[in-house]
Structures are given as C-alpha cells and as structure tokens.
Design a protein around this ligand. Structure first.
Ligand code: URA
Length: 273
C-alpha cells in the first residue's frame, strides 16, 4: 500500500498544479467549514437597471377600409362628400375614394363637364366606354344626342348646362350599375347637386330619376312631371326627368315625349327669369 505523501511531495504537487502562493497564515480545514452553515454572502445588490424607456408610441394602425359597395362604404362616402366645400374638393374626395368596386375596372373618374354656373344641371347614369376614355360625361353617341336635345331648347354645355352622372365610374361591359354600387356613389352626386345648386335639374334615364327622386316608379311614370329635389339644399330645385338619350337612340318614336319634357323645362326656366 502507498504510504501517505510527505509534506514535500504535497507541496511539489501544489506547485505542479499552479498553486504557488499562500494566502493565509493558518491552514483552513475546508471540509469542516462545509459542514457548518456558512452564512451566505449577501448577494450583491442587484445592478440597478435604468428605468425602462417609455415605449415609443405605436403608429396608430389605420382602420381597415370598409369593403366596397357596402353600407359602411356608403357611410364613408357620405362623410367625405359632406366635408367637401367646393367642387374641386368634391372631385378630390371622389378621386381618393375606394369604396366603389367599379373604380378598380375604370380608367377615369368621370366628374363633370360644362359650366358649373349654368342654370341647368343634367344628371345621367354612368360613363360608357367613350366617357371612360376621355374622362368626360356624355361624349359618345348618346352624348351627341343629348347635346342636340339641349340645343333644341337653346342650351349648351359650354355656357348653360352642367353635366354629370350618378355613378362616376364605368361599369364593366356597360352594364347597369348595381343598387349597391349606386348607393355608395349617391352621397357624392347629392353633394354635387348641393354645391352647384342649379336653378333646374334634368334627370336623364330611369336610374337617375328613381334614385334621386327616391321613387320606386320607372321612367315611364316619372318623366314629364315636376318634382322638388331638396336633399342637402336650402332651396329645393325644380326637377324634371326624361328618357335617356341611349334609350331614344333605340326607340326614336319616344323622342316625341322627350321633346315635350324639354319644352316643359324651357318654359320653367323662362318662368324663373
Ligand atoms: N350614359 C350616361 O348615362 N352617362 C354618360 O356619361 C354616358 C352615357
């Protein structure tokens, strides 16, 4: 059996192990110490963390835009339209509005043509291909007939007529705008009328007539009568409806009735002085 190592051997082993410095005058029995409850060293004071910086304000996430052609989109349209105080502001609001699905398929937002100071405001349905291409209402075949109709009672779009549509974007394949599409555009055209405040309103076609007169009747019943249009206005505007020129191009026999409506309009204008 091995004899216990001599002190010299132990020192030598320490030196080999790198222990070459005595740090106490008396030896310490570490085994004996470990059996005694050693007061734990007071844990160093936790390092003071700097107070957390206030988190930067989160950018307010924009409210998701309401889906197009819904009542919520109509609400958005109404708010935008009501905020417009001039025709330019209304045009800008319309250009920025994304609540009508027709806009995505149209090239232009067709706002208006003619003289906004004119006594007569004409409102049609929606742009067709020609209007979409040129960005102006009633510039195709039905526009040429509309110009002749207005000319027959001494009106023209340069001086005495101002022309727009209920819907400012062309529906695909020239279909009729759906009720939801019309509903979402209605606040804009209502505001448009209020800002122009014409002396007389001429609604061409059943869509403009039934929506702006809030009537379930079709154009056959509505045409030729006088109504007071009052939405958003201090002074109601005398309003008459007639056939849409596109319909008259297909049914020329009805021009006789349209002519009566136009004469009635002329007389009303003259009576207003
Ligand atoms: N039909 C309309 O109702 N409006 C236009 O601008 C063109 C055709």
């Amino acid at each position: 059996m091995n004899a216990r190592p001599t002190p010299r051997q132990v020192l030598h082993w320490y030196l080999e192990s790198g222990v070459d410095e005595a740090i106490g005058e008396v030896p310490v029995d570490r085994y004996a110490l470990s059996a005694v409850a050693v007061p734990s060293r007071p844990s160093p004071e936790p390092r003071r963390q700097p107070p957390p910086l206030p988190s930067p304000p989160r950018p307010a996430s924009p409210a998701p835009a309401p889906a197009a052609d819904t009542p919520a989109a109509s609400g958005g349209a109404a708010a935008l339209a009501a905020a417009a105080r001039t025709l330019d502001e209304l045009r800008t609001a319309l250009m920025g509005f994304e609540g009508c699905s027709l806009k995505a398929g149209a090239r232009s937002t067709v706002f208006a043509d003619g003289n906004p100071e004119a006594p007569v405001m004409v409102i049609g349905e929606a742009p067709g291909a020609d209007e979409d291409a040129q960005g102006l209402p009633f510039v195709g075949a039905s526009g040429r007939l509309l110009d002749r109709m207005l000319g027959s009672i001494g009106l023209d779009r340069q001086t005495s007529a101002y022309i727009t549509n209920v819907v400012p974007w062309r529906p695909p394949i020239n279909r009729k705008p759906s009720p939801a599409e019309v509903a979402v555009c209605l606040p804009f055209v209502e505001r448009h009328i209020a800002l122009v405040a014409p002396r007389v309103l001429l609604l061409v076609g059943g869509l403009a007539a039934s929506h702006l007169l809030a009537s379930k009747d079709g154009i056959m019943r509505l045409r030729g009568q006088w109504f007071d249009y009052a939405t958003g206005l201090q002074r109601p505007v005398p309003t008459i409806a007639t056939f849409h020129p596109a319909y008259l191009l297909r049914s020329p026999a009805e021009k006789r009735l349209a002519w009566r409506d136009l004469l009635s309009l002329r007389q009303r204008l003259d009576s207003l002085g």
